[in-house]
Design a protein around this ligand. Structure first.
Ligand SMILES: [Zn+2]
Length: 352
């Protein structure tokens, strides 16, 4: 009989809780990620000492690498170190930059990677993508999904609040990305993947429905799970399609034109709201802006220090950041004057 089901890739284990990092040793043994050989640990520059002290009792013989994370060069250097040491696995512990650097380094060294997240700024925790700075840009590289995922809520509580909240903006972007994907199916005949869509949408709806925020363990757990599900939806889709549409094109364009304006999730949140405004979807627009406001995230360009003119420039550039991805921006093909008018209407409609 043929196999009438699809096998879905998933991490071996997924743990979201306080004190997770201290338990790393037993997780690795239990999940058979690393049973006999030596493991490597990659930590970022900021929290390295604290993390090294916490893992020492359970992972005393691990080799700890400090990485000045976030660039292709750092990942290549770490990849070289990992290859030389013949490690069984590498554990990336830290924020998005450290995890993305370790993901790419692990793929270069050909060994599995465990992701241990200390903040919830974006859906890269479990995604098959690493975004790293290279030649003045920040391209995305396809990499294997991490083998196991942990989120340590003690560290998440201690992370800068804007970084934790930002994950909300990134997960809401799924709603906009799914609309873009479905639009592309209608307009272009692009195949869509209903399983990937259901995971990406469920993740966003779970966060949308919460009345609490980043102070609460219950909220952080849902947010962490939502970000991990988003990452898995991308693995299933084989691309970032279910979690990245016009919303992320706008984010990439702002990053390119006005670097360091705001972080990934904050800009993705604004991009999401603006795309729903372009779709004239008042219901979703209200839900998204309400949710962003509830968690203290920016909604208008002015709230991240961009003028309407600068945001207009970014929206005009946005389609070029992701050639071939059909979204509401490519669909409407607005002129610069039309975009400027839309941006002004948007700010009037949702500004405080
Ligand atoms: Zn994102």
């Amino acid at each position: 009989m043929p196999i009438l089901a699809r096998m879905l890739p998933a991490p071996l284990t997924m743990e979201v809780r306080r004190g997770a990092i201290a338990q790393l040793g037993s997780l690795l043994a239990d999940s058979r990620v690393a049973s006999s050989g030596q493991v490597a640990v990659a930590v970022g520059p900021n929290q390295g000492d604290r993390i090294a002290a916490i893992i020492a009792p359970s992972l005393g013989d691990a080799k700890v690498f400090r990485v000045a994370a976030g660039t292709v060069d750092a990942a290549i250097a770490l990849g070289g170190d990992l290859r030389k040491g013949a490690f069984e696995a590498v554990i990336g512990i830290g924020g998005g930059k450290t995890i993305d650097t370790t993901k790419y380094a692990a793929s270069l060294a050909g060994i599995p990677m465990v992701a241990v997240a200390t903040n919830l700024s974006h859906d890269g925790i479990c995604s098959p993508v690493a975004s790293l700075v290279h030649d003045g840009g920040k391209p995305s590289f396809g990499v294997p999904m991490p083998l196991a995922i942990m989120v340590d809520l003690d560290f998440v509580h201690d992370a800068p609040p804007p970084l934790v909240r930002a994950g909300v903006g990134d997960v809401l972007a799924n709603l906009s990305a799914i609309e873009d994907w479905q639009l592309s199916r209608v307009e272009r005949g692009e195949p869509i993947d209903g399983v990937a869509i259901s995971m990406a949408r469920t993740a966003a709806e779970a966060v949308l429905g919460r009345s609490d925020s980043v102070e609460s363990d219950a909220f952080l757990t849902v947010l962490a799970e939502a970000l991990i599900l988003s990452g898995m939806s991308m693995v299933i889709a084989g691309s970032s399609r279910p979690a990245s549409g016009g919303d992320h094109e706008i984010m990439h364009a702002v990053d390119q034109l006005f670097p360091r304006t705001a972080n990934h999730g904050e800009l993705a949140g604004i991009g999401t709201a603006f795309c729903f405004f372009l779709r004239e979807d008042a219901h979703r627009l209200g839900q998204v802006t309400g949710c962003l406001r509830q968690h203290g995230l920016p909604v208008t360009p002015g709230e991240v220090g961009l003028s309407n003119e600068q945001f207009t420039e970014a929206v005009m550039l946005a389609p070029n950041t992701r050639p071939g991805r059909y979204t509401i921006l490519e669909h409407l093909r607005l002129t610069e004057d039309e975009v400027r008018a839309k941006v002004e209407d948007y700010v009037r409609a949702v500004g405080r």
